[in-house]
Design a protein around this ligand. Sequence first.
Ligand code: HEM
Length: 135
Amino acid sequence: MLAGTVLYVVATYALMVAAFYFSRLRKFHVPVMVFIMTSDFLFPIYLVMTRDWYTRLFVDEDILTFGVWVHFMLLIALFVLYFVQIMAGHRLLKGEDDQRIRQEHRAQGLGILLVRAFVIITGALLAQPLESGNT
Ligand code: HEM
């Protein structure tokens, strides 16, 4: 059984694809993207508070595994992409309607969808199933 956290992030991925597709609807696009990025930033904090991360990472030595490292590196890449995407989005909102900024924002957006998909997949592989008491 999939953990609730995995179902939640998959749902936010679907929402992100919709906000990507309907980017012309600024009133939908911007709040949805801001919500998902904020949720992604807070997610590790939620996991640390609700999981026995010390046992998992240090006692069980999961921190030494390839899966955890790949997941972590992808997450860092995603946050860097979020940062540059917010800058480009902010410039578009200010009315700098340069074609270059749009292209940049679009290409970075595709990168975000790709990297976030891999963050979710690697996270799902690491997630403990519901039977172990997680939500
Ligand atoms: C704080 C975050 C963001 C802000 C402020 C923002 C803002 C904007 C604005 C103002 C536009 C122009 C909409 C129009 O045509 O009137 C736009 C377009 C777009 N945004 Fe965002 N955005 C953000 C995050 C994202 C993210 C995370 C993605 C992708 C996952 C994304 C993908 C796109 C795409 C594909 C377009 C269309 C670009 C084009 O014209 O070809 N944006 N965004």
